[in-house]
Design a protein around this ligand. Structure first.
Ligand SMILES: C[C@@]1(CC(=O)O)c2cc3[nH]c(cc4nc(cc5[nH]c(cc(n2)[C@H]1CCC(=O)O)[C@@](C)(CC(=O)O)[C@@H]5CCC(=O)O)C(CC(=O)O)=C4CCC(=O)O)c(CCC(=O)O)c3CC(=O)O
Ligand SMILES: NC(=O)C1=CN([C@@H]2O[C@H](COP(=O)(O)OP(=O)(O)OC[C@H]3O[C@@H](n4cnc5c(N)ncnc54)[C@H](O)[C@@H]3O)[C@@H](O)[C@H]2O)C=CC1
Length: 248
């Protein structure tokens, strides 16, 4: 939806100006968000704005191997350092227009200029590309969840913008609930995926195999909590024996 659709409504939630009529707040809770995990490696990601938010978003994209360019007339020392060491490209100038979005997979804008943010959103929507204007829900076609990351595991918590503070609290509590034993088990199960795909003929066979380990007796999570990774290897080996097709 173009930003102009909101233009007459003057809502402080949308453009940080005018009188709030709560339109965007209602829109958010009526939006069913499609949750996905994006591969950023080798893809060009653009961050517009070089303040604290620009740095935070840049670091998040770099952590996922995004190929990051920052456009901003000025940037803080950390972003300058990332540019100097070659981790990002920094174009020291203002956002110019749609040409800046050519070949870009995703743009995250965090300038302190509302008119620029609106232009970026409209230009990006015209190209049907991913755009997030930090903290301005009606100028986002994707929003960022709070994240618990442990190796290959990622638990994302979204409140559809209802309460980022609550998402942060849940992140802390969920992080306490799921410790590193889940990460270790995920890696051990990944190690046996190749065997399962090469050996077990049907989806149902592979499903039964993996579920027999994950929900196994003894419980693999309890074993890992007790430091008994050999016990989990034994559980996996037993499952392999039990599920492998009998040799003719
Ligand atoms: C819609 C969304 C769009 C987007 O930016 O993607 C959005 C919008 C807004 N955020 C606002 C406020 C705050 N945001 C945070 C923090 C985070 N905000 C994040 C995401 C999102 N924020 C998206 C929805 C996510 C969802 O709920 O599903 C997190 C999860 C992820 C991230 O940013 O990477 C990150 C936590 C990361 C972590 O720690 O793990 C804090 C707390 C803090 O700063 O410590 C506060 C103050 C407390 C509060 O308000 O709850 C405001 C009001 C601004 C104002 O009042 O001026 C708006 C706009 C509005 O409400 O209109
Ligand atoms: N700093 C924070 O903790 C939070 C900030 N915000 C909001 O996010 C936005 C950004 O926050 P900060 O990074 O702290 O702001 P900031 O003021 O430190 O940085 C703004 C950046 O935008 C750049 N910029 C301005 N006009 C531009 C243009 N035409 N083209 C390209 N870049 C341009 C500036 O050079 C600067 O690097 C603000 O709207 C702020 O209200 C929201 C939540 C928290």
């Amino acid at each position: 939806m173009p930003a102009a659709a909101y233009a007459g409504k003057e809502c402080v939630c949308q453009f940080k100006r005018g009188i709030c009529d709560q339109t965007c707040v209602k829109d958010m809770l009526q939006t069913p968000f499609y949750i996905a995990c994006l591969k950023l490696k080798g893809r060009r990601c653009l961050v517009i704005g070089g303040g604290a938010m620009g740095l935070e978003k840049t670091e998040g994209l770099l952590a996922c191997d995004g190929d990051v360019t920052v456009i901003a007339p000025d940037a803080g020392p950390e972003l300058e350092e990332l540019a100097r060491e070659g981790s990002i490209r920094w174009e020291q100038r203002e956002y110019a227009g749609p040409e800046d979005l050519e070949g870009i997979f995703m743009v995250i804008a965090c300038t302190d200029d509302t008119d620029v943010n609106i232009r970026i959103y409209d230009d990006a929507e015209r190209r049907a590309m991913l755009v997030n204007i930090v903290d301005v829900p009606p100028l986002c076609n994707f929003i960022l969840p709070a994240l618990v990351r442990m190796g290959p595991l990622a638990i994302a918590i979204s409140t559809a913008g209802a309460s980022p503070a609550l998402a942060k609290r849940m992140k802390r509590e969920i992080g306490e609930l799921f410790g590193t034993e889940y990460e270790t088990l995920a890696i051990m199960l990944n190690d046996v995926r190749g065997w399962a795909k090469g050996t077990l003929p049907t989806y149902q066979d592979r499903k039964a195999f993996f579920e027999s380990i994950v929900n196994g007796d003894p419980d693999p999570i309890a074993l890992l909590r007790a430091g008994d990774s050999a016990g989990v290897h034994a559980l996996i080996a037993d499952a392999q024996r039990a599920h492998a097709p009998q040799a003719a």
